[in-house]
Write a protein that binds this ligand. Structure first.
Ligand SMILES: [Zn+2]
Length: 124
């Protein structure tokens, strides 16, 4: 969980433990190369990290919230916070409380989720 931009230490420790050395290396390597986790890795077929590894991270964040007695956030919250959570696991603090400093978030607009400039940091 995250409150006013600060991650709960136990939550992050649990998530980092679940990611393990291999998981942290996977995401760390992406950050080193692309400076963000919001990437589609090249290949056939292309590899959207948000939809693949990101989905597993989001599911585990829900699991940890349940274990820690914290109510589920909406799907949206996980979409917007999983990258910052992984970065926190890697010891990289994010400044914006609503995005992973990529400058955008997902919001419900006219019935569907759309990528919009982050309201907190105004798109970086
Ligand atoms: Zn932001």
């Amino acid at each position: 969980m995250r409150s006013e931009g600060k991650w709960d230490g136990k939550f992050i420790a649990e998530l980092a433990g679940w990611l393990g050395t291999d998981g942290l290396k996977f995401f760390g390597d992406i950050l080193d190369k692309y400076k963000t986790l919001n990437v589609v890795l090249p290949g056939k077929p292309p590899h959207p990290v948000h939809m693949r590894e990101g989905m597993q991270v989001r599911n585990h964040m829900r699991h940890l919230h349940t274990e820690m007695g914290h109510p589920y956030e909406d799907a949206h919250w996980y979409d917007n916070h999983w990258m910052a959570a992984v970065k926190e696991c890697l010891g990289i603090e994010t400044k914006c409380i609503d995005c992973d400093d990529t400058g955008y978030t997902w919001q419900l607009v006219e019935g569907s989720y759309k990528k919009v400039n982050c309201p907190a940091c105004k798109g970086g």
